[in-house]
Design a protein around this ligand. Structure first.
Ligand code: RB5
Length: 152
């Protein structure tokens, strides 16, 4: 069962991508580190073709039981990663592109704990803005807690 707990410390960021997201993952890892976050790279480590569900699973496993952890999953579209990650009951993965309002709502209303990005649809400067918005937007709690509880 999902239990809402306020974030009390800086979250650890778990990153993973498939081959399509490999370069954007590198950019965002550096960005996260520069902003003072603890970052963990769960692969992939090259542009060689891999299967995105394996990487979504790796991030999902790290987030189990850790309400303070955030996942960042990158594939070509963000869609495959989000479908794969959302198979785990404790994961609330949202595909966010350049629309920062949607990114904010994914956090404020849906309490998303995984950000999914499509490297073939967003450039690095925009992706950094989306990541920053995602990390800086708190969950609004209140009526949303009842709804989010029903997701798991
Ligand atoms: C890989 O070519 C591509 O299918 C994958 O990155 C992703 O976009 C799937 O959703």
């Amino acid at each position: 069962m999902f239990i809402w707990e306020p974030t009390i410390s800086t979250p650890i960021l778990y990153f993973a991508s498939d081959h399509a997201g490999f370069f954007l993952k590198g950019d965002l890892l550096k960005y996260g580190k520069k902003r003072g976050y603890d970052v963990v790279d769960l692969g992939t480590d090259s542009e060689n073709s891999v299967d995105y569900p394996d990487y979504a699973q790796a991030v999902a496993q790290k987030l189990e039981g850790d309400p303070n952890a955030i996942g960042i999953l990158i594939c070509g579209t963000g869609i495959g990663m989000s479908i794969a990650a959302n198979r785990f009951p404790w994961i609330r993965a949202a595909v966010c592109h350049e629309n920062l309002k949607l990114t904010k709502l994914a956090r404020a209303h849906n309490h998303a704990n995984v950000l999914c990005l499509g490297a073939r649809f967003i450039d690095s400067p925009h992706a950094k803005k989306v990541l920053e918005t995602f990390l800086n937007t708190p969950f609004e709690d209140g009526r949303h807690t009842t709804r989010v509880t029903k997701l798991s």
